[in-house]
Design a protein around this ligand. Structure first.
Ligand code: ZN
Length: 306
């Protein structure tokens, strides 16, 4: 059934697990994710970035996600990184149950003002709002924050911001980064900062840029010609520690992209006589489903749907 993110996340924070928020651009990804959620009995957030909406069209995406939500699994349909009000309006008009407003590139004053406006718009339609305070490094679709400019979330400021905006969940910057090349040296999440944030902010906390860049998936892609070099992600142990401190929504895009394209490279390599695109897309869908299931286990969301 289609639900808001608030409904999924408040209970997740209370019970100390995280709901996976997975980015989709096409039918295969939506089917892979909902099939993983059904198998694992996990609630799930299916989200689309502004880039996904540009690529596939919001009406196609919303219609497909709505079909995925018809079964027993609670599904939230979420706009990831809405930076323009136009996308927020579009999402709400198309039945999204949740929107993120990303004002991290704005001044603090403008971020506060526009986030308040988004909260008003979304709540009037019964939808939830994720806001962002602090800036998460890296590149993901239209999101680009130079690492040097990225600043980590200040706990007191976050508490004030959450209170004043009336948002339902809060994305924080604690050292994660978007994309497949997150860390130059050692991976490092500022769990101590997260602890201080969670003490003051009682809302569900959201972690972006949290893919792990799984070695076995990377190996399949590289075996079939991908050049991923020093791609590196967040350690599983850091994810578990973050959930313990109040992170209730974890965004996964990079790991799903890696799985999908690894399956694609493998299929093209291994099936040179096949011309049926469905056969060539099958390994992509299966590998993405496998990665989604692993995340549900790691996040503790598996088995939460009775
Ligand atoms: Zn993000």
């Amino acid at each position: 059934m289609l639900v808001t993110t608030k409904k999924l996340l408040v209970v997740a924070r209370e019970k100390k697990y995280a709901v996976p928020a997975m980015n989709v651009n096409n039918l295969e990804a939506i089917k892979a994710i909902i099939s993983a959620a059904e198998k694992m009995r996990s609630p799930v957030i299916i989200q689309t970035s502004e880039g996904a909406i540009e690529y596939a069209g919001i009406e196609y995406l919303a219609a497909m996600i709505r079909v995925a939500a018809k079964g027993k699994i609670p599904v939230a349909m979420h706009l990831d990184h809405g930076k323009k009000l136009e996308y927020v309006r579009m999402a709400l008009a198309n039945g999204y149950t949740s929107v993120m407003f990303d004002g991290s590139a704005l001044s603090e004053k403008d971020n506060l003002r526009i986030t308040k406006q988004v909260v008003k718009m979304a709540h009037a339609k019964g939808a939830s709002v994720e806001a962002e305070i602090g800036a998460i490094a890296g590149i993901e679709d239209f999101v680009s924050v130079e690492e040097k400019d990225a600043h980590l979330t200040n706990p007191e400021q976050a508490a004030q911001f959450a209170k004043e905006t009336g948002c339902d969940s809060l994305a924080v910057a604690i050292g994660t980064a978007h994309g497949a090349y997150k860390f130059k040296g050692k991976t490092h999440l500022d769990i101590d900062r997260l602890k201080r944030i969670a003490k003051l902010v009682k809302l569900p906390i959201v972690l972006h840029g949290a893919s792990g860049v799984m070695e076995d998936v990377k190996a399949i892609a590289e075996h079939h010609g991908a050049k991923l070099g020093s791609a590196r992600g967040v350690l599983d142990q850091d994810i578990v520690a973050a959930i313990k401190q109040g992170v209730a929504k974890i965004n996964i895009d990079t790991d799903l992209r890696l799985a999908f394209t690894a399956g694609m490279r493998e299929a093209v390599d291994d099936l040179p006589t096949v011309i049926d695109p469905r056969k060539l897309l099958e390994p992509s869908t299966l590998l993405m489903r496998e990665v989604a299931m692993r995340k549900m286990k790691l996040f503790g969301s598996a088995g939460r749907v009775k």
